[in-house]
Ligand binder design. Structure first.
Ligand SMILES: Nc1nc2c(ncn2[C@@H]2O[C@H](COP(=O)(O)OP(=O)(O)O)[C@@H](O)[C@H]2O)c(=O)[nH]1
Ligand SMILES: [Mg+2]
Length: 391
């Protein structure tokens, strides 16, 4: 294309301006030294201001920013792509049918070819002016991971807002510190930097579940990394809303519990089993209402009550257990139907196995427990592949 263009003077100007911009086929542009990975969900209003701030903070460096958006309804990706269309330093990864801060960060970082990777929130709460200092510490070899800290001397967490958020954050920090192999004042920080080779080494050990990617990185890194904390002032949010809610906090507790079980029992299974246990209560309550209040016969009541419990379980699993792969729209109905079918077969297996053991003179409680255990494992394994298809 360059040869053709030089033959045609009218195109030559175009090509030379493309060369000046570093575009055009065959033009080599060195990879950036630093990739800033920005997970974002409904941050449209913050995209442009963030790019402007990065430009100011990182002038003189070769950098790029990768926004990782989970199909935000507010058009965050469209905003990032519009900027990316005229600026090679801006990229956007778009994920469809997925949610999750940690997995977004992992995917953004895996798309980097830079020497260093920084993770920064997309809501302007993290202080991007600290990035050059973090980069200097890492490239000088002073540390392996630089963590932006709200709690180190000179840092400030007042941007967290409410007393409730401060309390929750304090609790999370203490819980995380109990599990971590290294001591850090702010292990819940979402603002940090590490070299790409280190990230590549850790990546296969990251689960990508939840909101706290730094914890995962630190757990995977173990004792053999040197960490430096760089204080920063956590700014209050000015646009958009926080996505941290009770469910996210529960997910954080679940990640720590999974560590406690050393990964033997996945968090998803524990959540699924807990929802199943709740389903028994729903079943009993519906049965009581149908027989006592409505006066329906026992078999009909139990059949309907079981259906109600299955539908309630589907709802809870879709919102909690599989929050990151939540089915929406038409796929919810499809999911409901398949879930009820899967659980019906699980119920038949449960009764069949319990009956068989009971007739072989196992006690009723052992027979019942074995049947229920087989039922829940079946429901979990099959619904994971047929309802919430593991991606
Ligand atoms: N891609 C992606 N980004 C997310 C998700 N949840 C939160 N984020 C982003 O992660 C960053 C931190 O989230 P935020 O809600 O501000 O958490 P807070 O600062 O603890 O209140 C923000 O840039 C969010 O837009 C998600 O499910 N997917
Ligand atoms: Mg925030």
């Amino acid at each position: 294309m360059a040869e053709q263009a030089t033959a045609e003077p009218a195109h030559a100007a175009l090509v030379s301006s493309a060369l000046a911009l570093g575009e055009g086929a065959g033009v080599r542009v060195a990879a950036p030294e630093l990739t800033v990975v920005v997970p974002c969900y409904n941050e449209r209003a913050n995209v442009r201001p963030l790019v402007r701030r990065l430009e100011a903070a990182l002038s003189g460096l070769r950098w790029e920013v990768i926004f990782v958006d989970d199909a935000s309804p507010d058009g965050t990706a469209a905003e990032a792509l519009q900027l990316a269309a005229s600026d090679q330093r801006i990229r956007c990864i778009r994920r469809i049918g997925r949610r999750g801060l940690s997995s977004a960060v992992i995917e953004g970082a895996l798309a980097s070819s830079a020497s260093f990777i920084a993770v920064l929130d997309g809501d302007l709460q993290h202080d991007e002016t600290r990035l050059p200092a973090m980069l200097a510490l890492l490239s000088d070899g002073a540390a392996d991971i630089a963590v932006g800290s709200r709690h180190a001397a000179g840092g400030d967490a007042s941007g967290l807002g409410s007393a409730w958020r401060h309390w929750l954050s304090g609790l999370g920090i203490r819980a995380a510190q109990a599990f971590l192999p290294v001591r850090l004042s702010d292990p819940l920080s979402g603002f940090f930097m590490l070299s790409r080779p280190l990230f590549d080494r850790l990546a296969p050990h990251l689960t990508g579940v939840g909101f706290k990617i730094l914890i995962e990185v630190l757990l995977a890194a173990g004792h053999n990394v040197r960490i430096v904390e760089v204080p920063f002032v956590f700014r209050p949010r000015t646009a958009g809303e926080s996505k941290l809610d009770l469910l996210v906090s529960m997910q954080f507790a679940a990640v720590l519990i999974e560590r406690l079980f050393r990964g033997l029992l996945p968090v998803r299974f524990l959540a699924f089993a807990a929802v199943g246990a709740l389903g028994i209560l729903v079943n009993l309550a519906a049965l009581a209402i149908l027989t006592k209040l409505i006066g329906l016969g026992f078999e009909w009541s139990q059949g309907l009550a079981t259906l109600v419990a299955m539908l309630a379980n589907f709802e809870l699993n879709n919102r909690i257990t599989y929050r990151d792969q939540r089915l929406v729209g038409r796929r919810v109905w499809q999911g409901r139907l398949v879930f009820v079918l899967v659980c019906s077969i699980g119920a038949i297996a449960n009764v069949g196995i319990a009956g068989m053991l009971y007739h072989q003179h196992a006690g009723w409680s052992l027979a019942g427990t074995a049947g229920a255990a087989i039922g829940v494992v079946w429901n979990y394994a099959v619904s994971a592949t047929l309802v919430w298809r593991a991606r």
